[in-house]
Design a protein around this ligand. Structure first.
Ligand SMILES: *[C@@H]1O[C@H](CO)[C@@H](O)[C@H](O)[C@H]1NC(C)=O
Ligand SMILES: *[C@@H]1O[C@H](CO)[C@@H](O)[C@H](O)[C@H]1NC(C)=O
Ligand SMILES: *[C@@H]1O[C@H](CO)[C@@H](O)[C@H](O)[C@H]1NC(C)=O
Ligand SMILES: *[C@@H]1O[C@H](CO)[C@@H](O)[C@H](O)[C@H]1NC(C)=O
Length: 352
């Protein structure tokens, strides 16, 4: 897009947002979220898994300082996205809904930490695979139909934004540590398998009526503090191999989304690049107002996540806003805010 028209669209979007927020009317009817721990809002809380975040210090900067199961000190990027779209509440974790029904009207969150495009990754950690997240989505559509009727439900579905974050766990929690995968497939071949599953997932969502879908790229996996510790052979630098794998995957993701967009009429499918914005924060922290990008806030900041990041972890920082990463694998709320602002600009075509 030309720079001036891009600027114009951005300004227009801001005006539309202000107008809608003033009117108390969100820009889209609903927001549905799928994928992994980057966007999980508490679906793992009641599962028989060790991959949870529903205890302090998780959530210490969230509303009422309550740990919800989000892998963050505060809000996720998708929470900011919900706010940017004009919602006054976040899509609730599907498995934690006390009363389903009306709660589902503005969308819901099906994501599960340690899930991914590769079904076996979720199974390894007793998380909810994408295939089952899709079943939950289907259940929630049935509830929607029972509340507002078939025709209103289908316009909610087709107008709603669907966001997917996946692939991180497939690499970091499975491929890189699993000889049954890394001895059999190159990272490039494994990416192809993941993208095949991604394409099928999009086709299934489309068949269920979804028309506006955003998918995040892989982050610079080699710069995640725990990845440097685990795969960096004692170096303090981002692990180039992992970053290259992420870039290669992202390139293929881009091509795959373009193919799907051509194949499926009326589909808006937008890749959200989180690689570059996060890489910029990691490599130029002080330019972005951060003090620390190598170590995470929680514990020693070198490794801790999930149960290892807890009240007794020694060394947890006082002010997470100064850190790019909250725990060994997940950005802090402040970093998430910056990522969400980038998503907003990239996502204009999903809203218009
Ligand atoms: C849906 O969103 C609108 C606008 O934010 C809000 O007024 C309404 O209460 C929400 N409904 C539910 C069930 O959260
Ligand atoms: C469906 O939407 C129409 C128009 O917004 C509204 O008047 C009607 O009450 C809705 N139907 C149900 C069952 O909610
Ligand atoms: C994806 O492809 C588009 C069009 O070819 C290009 O403009 C964009 O920079 C690509 N994005 C990434 C992350 O490679
Ligand atoms: C935390 O750090 C941020 C960024 O440096 C700063 O703006 C804020 O005032 C700090 N908060 C406290 C409570 O010190």
């Amino acid at each position: 897009m030309e720079h001036s028209s891009y600027l114009f669209t951005s300004m227009l979007l801001v005006l539309v947002m202000v107008f809608n927020v003033v009117n108390g009317q969100p820009l889209v009817p609903a927001l549905f979220i799928f994928g992994d721990s980057v966007v999980d809002a508490g679906n793992n809380n009641n599962l028989d898994t060790v991959v949870k975040a529903n205890f302090p210090p998780y959530g210490r900067d969230f509303q009422n300082h309550i740990p919800t199961g989000r892998f963050c000190n505060g809000k996720l990027a998708t929470d900011f996205t919900a706010e940017n779209l004009g919602f006054t509440s976040y899509p609730p974790a599907y498995l934690n809904l006390k009363t389903k029904g009306q709660n589902l009207l503005n969308g819901s969150n099906f994501a599960s930490a340690s899930s991914g495009y590769y079904e076996a990754t979720a199974k390894l950690y007793h998380a909810i695979p994408l295939s089952q997240q899709l079943e939950h989505y289907q259940e929630s559509q049935n509830v929607l139909v029972s509340i507002v009727g078939r025709s209103n439900a289908s316009s909610i579905i087709s107008g709603a934004i669907h966001l997917i974050s996946a692939g991180n766990s497939d690499f970091i929690q499975n491929y890189y540590i699993n000889p049954l995968l890394y001895k059999v497939y190159t990272a490039d071949q494994f990416s192809d398998i993941l993208l095949q599953n991604f394409a099928n997932f999009i086709k299934n969502l489309y068949a269920l009526g979804a028309r506006r879908i955003g998918v995040t790229t892989l982050p610079p996996m080699g710069c995640l503090p725990a990845a440097i510790t685990l795969f960096g052979y004692g170096s303090n630098e981002c692990v180039a191999r992992l970053n290259n794998d992420a870039l290669n995957f992202n390139k293929k993701l881009n091509t795959t989304t373009q193919g799907l967009q051509k194949l499926l009429p009326g589909l808006k499918l937008v890749p959200f690049d989180i690689y570059q914005p996060l890489y910029d924060l990691v490599t130029k922290p002080s330019e972005n107002g951060f003090f620390e990008a190598r170590k995470a806030c929680c514990g020693t900041g070198l490794l801790e996540t999930a149960i290892l990041c807890n009240k007794k972890s020694i060394g947890t920082c006082a002010n997470a806003s100064e850190y790019v990463f909250w725990d060994g694998f997940h950005p802090s709320e402040t970093a998430n805010k910056i990522l969400a602002d980038d998503l907003l600009v990239a996502g204009i075509s999903l809203i218009s």
